[in-house]
Write a protein that binds this ligand. Structure first.
Ligand code: BG6
Length: 281
C-alpha cells in the first residue's frame, strides 16, 4: 500500500496485495479501481478528468451532502462537494490479504460556505479477494440537527449493457428520473433490463441488487441505505458528456448505495449514521 502522485498529479493510494489491486484518490475520496484476481470490477471512463474541482467519471464518486440538486433541487454543485474535495488519509492497515484504508472529511470554511453545518465523515474502504466494502459514517459535530443525502455512486464494468440484468429490486418503488418520462412512483415488476436511457431512484428499500453481466455477476448488498439508483446514460447522454467516451455506455452500469429524497438522513447533534455497500463477486 503506497501513496503516489497519480493521474493529473493528484495523490492516490495504490493497493497491491496477493488478493487484489486497487486505487483510491484522495481527491473526492474516490475509489477508481478494485481488481481482485486480475479482473477489474469497476468502470472508469477513458475520458475521465483528473483535476481539482472536477469529479472523476467512473469508480465510486461520493455524493454528499446532497444528491443531484438536493431534496428540493437547486443546490450546486450537482451531487454535493465531497466528490471534488480533497480527503485526508488517516489510516491504512493490511494483513497481506485484506486492506483497509480510512479516509476523513470534515467541514471547513469552504464547505460551510456551501452547507452551513459541522460534520465529520469517516470512510473505510476495505478490499480483498471477493469483497469491496465501503463504510460511510457521518457524524454531526455541530450544535443543531441537519439533514443530508448521500450516495456511493458506484460504476460497474459490464460486458454489454444490452444483455445485462439487475435483479433483486423487484417489488420496490421507484421514481423514473429520465427527462420526459412519467416519474411515478412505479413498482418494479421484474428484473431490470436496459433498452434506452435508464435513471431510476428506488426508495424505501434495502434490497440487495445483483448485476448479471455475462459469465460473472456482482452483488451489491447494503446496510443503512434505503435508496438505490440504477443509471445508464445510453447514446445521446453519453455523447453530451465531455468526460464520457461516446461509445462507452455499452460497458457500464451504475448501481448506487444511497439515501436520497424521502430517504434523506437527519442527525441530531453528536449523532452518527453509517451506510455500507458490500460489493462482492
Ligand atoms: C446519476 C443520476 O446518479 O448520476 C443521473 O441519477 C446523473 O441523473 C448521473 O446523470 C451522473 O451525474 P454527474 O453529475 O456525475 O454527471
Amino acid at each position: 500500500v503506497r501513496v503516489v502522485a497519480g493521474r493529473g498529479g493528484l495523490l492516490a493510494v495504490q493497493v497491491d496485495v496477493p488478493a487484489c489491486r486497487g486505487e483510491v484518490y484522495l481527491h473526492g475520496g474516490h475509489v477508481t479501481s478494485w481488481s481482485p484476481l486480475g479482473r477489474e470490477v469497476l468502470w472508469l471512463s477513458r475520458d475521465a478528468v483528473f483535476k481539482p474541482g472536477t469529479a472523476i467519471r467512473g469508480g465510486v464518486p461520493i455524493c454528499f451532502p446532497w444528491f443531484a440538486g438536493g431534496p428540493d433541487g437547486g443546490l450546486a454543485p450537482a451531487h454535493g462537494f465531497a466528490r471534488t474535495t480533497e480527503w485526508a488519509l488517516v489510516g491504512a492497515t493490511t494483513d497481506g490479504q485484506w486492506v483497509e484504508l480510512i479516509l476523513a472529511l470534515t467541514d471547513s470554511e469552504q464547505t460551510r460556505a456551501q452547507w452551513p453545518h459541522s460534520f465529520a465523515v469517516d470512510y473505510r474502504v476495505r478490499m480483498g479477494e471477493d469483497e469491496l466494502a465501503l463504510l460511510f459514517t457521518v457524524t454531526n459535530t455541530g450544535d443543531a440537527p441537519f439533514t443530508f443525502e448521500e450516495a456511493l455512486h458506484s460504476y460497474f464494468a459490464v460486458e454489454d449493457i444490452r444483455s445485462t440484468e439487475v435483479d433483486g429490486l423487484e417489488g420496490a418503488s421507484y421514481l423514473d428520473m429520465v427527462p420526459g418520462a412519467d416519474r411515478g412512483p412505479h413498482v418494479l415488476d421484474g428484473p431490470i433490463t436496459f433498452t434506452g436511457e435508464t435513471d431510476r431512484t428506488f426508495q424505501s428499500t434495502g434490497a440487495t441488487a445483483v448485476i448479471r453481466r455475462g459469465p460473472r455477476s456482482v452483488t451489491v448488498a447494503r446496510d443503512g441505505s434505503s435508496s438505490a439508483i440504477v443509471w445508464n446514460p445510453w447514446v445521446d447522454k453519453a455523447a453530451a458528456m465531455a468526460d464520457f467516451g461516446d461509445d462507452e455506455w455499452t460497458g457500464m452500469v451504475c448501481v448506487e448505495t444511497a439515501n436520497v429524497k424521502a430517504d434523506a438522513v437527519t442527525l441530531e447533534p453528536g449523532a452518527t449514521h453509517t451506510m455500507t455497500a458490500y460489493i462482492t463477486i
